[in-house]
Design a protein around this ligand. Structure first.
Ligand code: TRP
Length: 342
């Protein structure tokens, strides 16, 4: 039996270069090995946990994130693509798991803590938001997924998912599969900074390069990138450590010799930022051109995208309902001589 891989994206915005190197490329590589049974989904219900008052934003992006996945080469013949709200089994699983997690444990989750701060929720945290690691446990276990490729910020969530799995299995007997997460090996790819040098690309900071940006936009964003502020004259030695231009090159440049050469030259002095940015622009364009071409095809054929998602969601539901049956049986939520659920 093939190992099962599952991952999802919140449809709160279009995906950017941080998503590409942080998780999308890993998915595509895993798909191409033909070694796994894969599921990728648009996590609309999770997106609503902090956007309840703005559901139009979620609706607008449900298919956008799916097209982002398709445009980087995810093949719907090989991967089951679905929408989270199309699989109500996930909600029932979430309800059972809610009893296995304490409020204080949820509040201690470092990712959730950080996100609460970022969103300025203070004491008025939506319950659904606080509990999204629980629904994420449902997303993963509903498919018996054993591998979850994610961005680095998701590690504490995955750790909590494993705790839920262990607690469930110890109370109700071996039922759920314990997942492993994978993050990229390259440190620059794990956490790509924004074009302004801030720790993370984020829509609100306006420091992202999107997979859908056109050539001119990409050029402008790259030429305006933050670099080493102490590299004033070309002859000055430059710092490549906290310099997003070099971090992007490390993440995207396939010609490693050229990357090392530029890095050494910049650190020694005598290499101007403009030259490095021009080269980075070339590298990023090389990455984005085939993505844009595929994207244009799916933008022109929304009916094909819809068909992929309808078929994928039906398949996902079938799989999730098998796991849910096992869960109900092992908890003992089975009271009748006939099955009421089918
Ligand atoms: N929390 C993930 C994100 O913000 C999205 C997500 C929801 C997810 N459910 C998942 C990722 C299950 C992996 C597995 O990107």
């Amino acid at each position: 039996m093939k190992e099962i891989v599952l991952t999802g994206d919140r449809p709160t915005g279009k995906l950017h270069l941080g998503h590409l190197v942080g998780s999308l490329i890993t998915r595509k590589e895993m798909q191409d090995t033909d070694k796994y049974e894969m599921y990728i989904f648009s996590a609309d219900m999770q997106g609503l946990t902090d956007n309840a008052k703005n559901p139009a934003k979620i609706k607008e992006h449900v298919f956008e994130v799916i097209k982002d996945n398709l445009s980087i080469g995810i093949n719907p013949e090989k991967v089951t693509i679905f929408v989270q709200s199309g699989v109500p089994e996930l909600t029932e699983l979430t309800t059972y798991y809610m009893n296995l997690v304490s409020l204080s444990r949820l509040k201690r989750n470092p990712t959730i803590k950080e996100e609460i701060k970022q969103r300025g929720f203070e004491e008025s945290i939506p319950v659904g938001f606080l509990t999204y690691p629980i629904s994420q446990a449902a997303d993963i276990t509903a498919f018996d997924a054993s591998i979850v490729p994610v961005g680095e910020d998701q590690i504490p969530i995955l750790e909590q998912v494993c705790e839920i799995v262990d607690t469930f299995n110890s109370i109700y007997g071996e039922t759920l599969t314990r997942p492993k997460y994978i993050v990229p090996e390259n440190k620059s790819s794990r956490r790509l900074p924004g074009t302004d040098g801030k720790a993370k690309m984020s829509k609100s900071a306006g420091n992202c390069i999107y997979l859908t940006d056109d050539t001119e936009t990409v050029r402008k964003k790259i030429m305006g990138m933050y670099t080493d502020p102490n590299h004033i004259k070309i002859e000055d030695p430059g710092n490549t450590e906290n310099n997003p231009v070099f971090i992007y090159l490390d993440a995207f440049c396939k010609d490693r010799e050229k990357y090392e050469e530029l890095k050494t030259h910049y650190e020694k002095g005598g290499l101007g930022d403009k030259v490095v940015k021009e080269y980075l622009f070339e590298v990023i364009e090389e990455t984005l051109t085939p993505i844009r071409e595929k994207r244009a095809y799916y933008d022109e054929h929304p009916e094909i995208v819809e068909k992929i998602v309808i078929e994928g969601t039906a398949k996902a539901r079938k799989k999730a309902s098998e796991v849910l049956k096992r869960v109900r049986k092992n908890i003992g939520v089975e009271y009748f001589s006939q099955n009421l659920h089918d």
